[in-house]
Design a protein around this ligand. Structure first.
Ligand code: AMP
Ligand code: MG
Length: 417
């Protein structure tokens, strides 16, 4: 049995990230939210584009104030609203009405906000002495033309989309979305869209839906290959089709030590390299990780497809995805390293937590914040078959090997999901 950390490393080492030239596409910026940038984008402009005012107020020459007996300036007849460029230079002892975003006139270096002034006719009394350069956004202060605005590997959020728009970027080169095949295995499975009555012993193939949703959430494309009974020849056929068409294949079920667990045998016969078969994690101990060539043509040097055989129990399947597969997809799709690993924080548990201590144990529950402090509310029941118990959960407490008890009120490591 491999440790969780060893397994994570093996998996990430197996993933070869997408090629920015081959595995990318150009999208209109408006469609690029949540996608991963495939190239650095340099700014073609300085930000701000010119010195401008950060306030509604008056632009002035700071040096003029030194010579004055009282803080009083002559107000120029022009005004500078945003979007207006004026050719005028300020004369000594003069200020000019300016509005937020307005371009500073030549000579001006400071803005005083209107609340700090009193205007009488053409004169402006300053109630306070401004600081030199105050309320001026200098040209190039945020970023200079020719420097990197957004780096390759960045997942585009609203902030980056807005920044790229301001730099007049109409299209962006992003990585394509990885294709993730899903195969459900088990004689007991009935498809959700089946019109057949449910027979005794049957359950709905819910993993297909949960996994599709998880894949969707990480910005990949789920490719359902249907559910297949525990029949080695049928299973092999579907596995072959999935391997030929996807970047990553996930099958659920059939990886345990039961008599009907065929996935590993088939992978072996297909010539896959199997790297992981069992992990010291609960839930999710039976985990198969293999890599396999997508075609039978051994001479062709192709990228190998990563195969995850994960357990059928719904919470085992979810945990395997959160802990291992999510990071593999993030590395594959060109995301920067921070996305390759789950995020952990410490929180206080609201109930005692127990584990047998033999495997790294993941216990789901609800993470909230009380007065800014993270609080973890564990669920009552931890059967890996009990997906219902996880409704409303948004995090998993992690108990390390040999850690058998965390009393209520103590801090525990929490994996965010
Ligand atoms: P297995 O990993 O094949 O031994 O399956 C373990 C248990 O997980 C089965 O007994 C089912 O109750 C459940 N299970 C397997 N596949 C699915 C699925 N696709 N959707 C929901 N539950 C499943
Ligand atoms: Mg099964």
């Amino acid at each position: 049995m491999l440790s969780v950390a060893e397994t994570e490393k093996i998996i990430l080492d197996l993933v070869k990230p997408f090629d920015p030239e081959i595995d990318s596409e150009i999208l209109p910026l408006s469609q690029a939210i949540t996608r991963i940038l495939a190239e650095d984008i340099n700014s073609t402009m300085d930000f701000p584009h010119w010195d401008n005012s950060a306030m509604d107020g008056y632009a002035l020459r700071y040096a003029d104030l030194a010579d004055l007996s009282e803080l009083k300036l002559v107000i120029a007849s022009e005004e500078i609203p945003a979007g207006t460029a004026i050719a005028k230079s300020l004369r000594q002892g003069e200020c000019i009405r300016i509005f937020t975003g307005g371009m500073l006139p030549h000579g001006a270096d400071t803005v005083i906000m209107q609340e700090d002034t009193e205007r009488t006719d053409n004169f402006l009394q300053l109630k306070v002495k401004p600081i030199q350069g105050e309320y001026v956004r200098r040209k190039g202060e945020f970023i200079q033309a020719g420097t990197t605005l957004v780096k390759a590997g960045t997942k585009l959020s609203a902030t980056e989309v807005g920044a790229l728009a301001s730099a007049r970027c109409q299209t962006v080169k992003v990585y394509r979305q990885p294709k993730i095949a899903i195969i459900s295995t088990g004689n007991e499975l009935l498809s959700l869209d089946s019109s057949q009555p449910m027979q005794v012993g049957q359950i709905i193939d819910s993993n297909l839906y949960a996994l599709s949703a998880l894949i969707d959430q990480v910005g990949a494309i789920a490719m359902p290959f249907g559910s297949v009974g525990d029949d080695p020849s049928k299973l092999r056929k579907i596995m072959q089709q999935a391997i030929a068409s996807a970047d990553i294949v996930i099958s659920t079920g059939g990886v345990s030590v039961g008599d009907y667990d065929y996935v590993d045998q088939i992978l072996g016969k297909m010539g896959a390299d199997i790297y992981v078969q069992s992990v010291a994690i609960k839930p999710g101990k039976p985990l198969t990780v293999a890599s396999i060539s997508p075609s039978l043509n051994v001479n062709k040097s192709e990228d190998k497809v990563l195969y995850f055989g994960i357990p059928g129990n719904p919470m085992s399947a979810m945990t395997s995805f959160w802990r291992f597969i999510r990071g593999a997809i993030a590395k594959l799709n060109g995301s920067n390293q921070t996305y390759w690993y789950p995020q952990f924080i410490k929180a206080v548990t609201m109930k005692d937590l127990h584990s047998q201590g033999r495997r790294e144990t993941y216990l789901w529950g609800d993470l909230t914040y009380q007065k800014g402090q993270p609080i973890f509310q564990p669920v009552q029941n931890y059967s890996s078959g009990n997906l219902i118990s996880a409704i409303g959960s948004n995090a998993l407490a992690v108990m390390h090997i040999n850690q058998t008890y965390v009393p209520m009120g103590d801090a525990v490591m929490i994996m965010l999901v």
